[in-house]
Ligand binder design. Sequence first.
Ligand code: S3P
Length: 448
Amino acid sequence: MATATETTSSHSHTTSVTQIVRPARSFRGSLMLPGDKSISHRYAMLAGYAEGTTKLENFSSGQDPHSSLGCMKAMGAKVEFDGKDIHVTGVGGKLQQPAGDLDCGNSGSTMRMLAGLVAGQQGEFRFIGDESLTVRPMERIRKPLELMGAKIDLTEGHAPMTIHGASSYGGLKAIDFESPIASAQVKTAVLFAGLEAAGTTSIAESVRTRDHSEHALRAFGVKLERKDNRLHIEGGQKLKAIHSVTIPGDMSSAAFFLCAALLFEDSNLVLDSLGVNPTRAAMLDVVTAMGGVVKVLDVQEQHGEMVGTIQVNRGHEGLKGVDISGELAAQLIDELPVIAAIAPFSRDGVKIRDARELRVKESDRIALVVKNLRAMGAEVTEHEDGMDIPGGQTLRGGVVDSGLDHRITMAFSIAALRAQGETEIHGAEAASVSFPEFYTWLDELAVR
Ligand code: S3P
């Protein structure tokens, strides 16, 4: 069983949870994961912006999408929780200037995507975040939004960020934009701003990033065209509430348990109602490449999103290595920490390249993965844009520093299942950012 202890620092008055994770003998069971974090953000924002009331079922339980709901509430949307589902009544396209700062917590998605939604509104919107979010790059959204005519003040390229809504000074104009960064958040900021711009905004992406915004916009009645790698959205469209929408289970949360299933010969994992959108499902290909046997059953479409049940076992050949680079690295960006954390147990090792973006996530995820692998006794070579982790290694239980990054916390809790001895995960409370139920499920599924 995993056990947690809390310590309070008298200097900073912050509470840190240390989670002890013991090795397991296998990993077995079935579950339905809470709603996808990325999709939940988009539905929180668009339901809050639309006209009418939308019921959101299986909304993410993570803190991040709740930051998005909180910001929408602060801008006039009504958000009600009935004990199971969330009912959002939107502002009909006119967001109110909030009385105070818009607190995005740890959530880069909230800050970047909402920047696009408020850019064409009336009033002033000041965005703040926690220590980690305050140093994350925001220039990437300021550039396209300023080309559209928005006025945005950053603090040395970061939050606090103030957006002066363009409706007070002539409104936004459409642009043709080529995104230099493979980022669904930047794409979304431009598409959301395009809703309020005069003319047809277009955005081209060099790598096909997650397309949840496109599906969600269409679900709210927006016309959006994709030709090759370019999206076109006409300004002035009104969004109409959806009676009810069920958010599919989160593939990026599933990734931790999929990797756990790869660690044991007789594992068996069944995940119901999981989002298997092709722009998010590269993880299933990696699981297969690493020796897993994946069955995808009952696939259905819900508001453009593909949802299915998946079953995973480890194949007879054991855990194999994998090389991840190029487009695949961009598509797996959230899953790379856990792939790296199980890499030492693989036969041939794991090489990761073209993943420089990992350095500007909730933490520098390359540096932290390397540090924690070494703390558990592994050999690893760090590169500016990735790492090389040789296979055939054993890990010993060690002290892991989460850096208060949810994905680092969970990734090393999975590695700990095959380590020799107990592992102490410091700052384990970070898991709540995307997956508060993580440790409960880990205990349930790990066979000890
Ligand atoms: C997200 C996009 C990715 C991802 C993040 C969620 C999204 O970020 O890492 O966790 O919901 O659009 P980037 O767009 O910055 O790559």
